[in-house]
Write a protein that binds this ligand. Structure first.
Ligand code: F3S
Length: 62
């Protein structure tokens, strides 16, 4: 699984980083980005939950 954050959609709600701080971080601007686009196998479920929880549907999972 790979994740990324669509910067056009992200509004800085921070749910992704709160749920998965090892996968997402907030930049100084307050928007999220993926720390590492490749999600470890043992974090796939958590990353999927974070994607589902984003109110802007800004987390892209491939
Ligand atoms: Fe942005 Fe959604 Fe995370 S709005 S900060 S990608 S919860």
């Amino acid at each position: 699984m790979k994740v990324s954050v669509d910067s056009d959609r992200c509004r800085g709600h921070g749910v992704c980083a709160a749920l998965c701080p090892d996968i997402f971080e907030l930049t100084d601007d307050g928007y999220a980005e993926a720390r590492n686009p490749v999600v470890p196998d043992d974090r796939v479920d958590a990353a999927a939950d974070a994607a589902d929880a984003c109110p802007e549907h800004a987390v892209v999972v491939t």
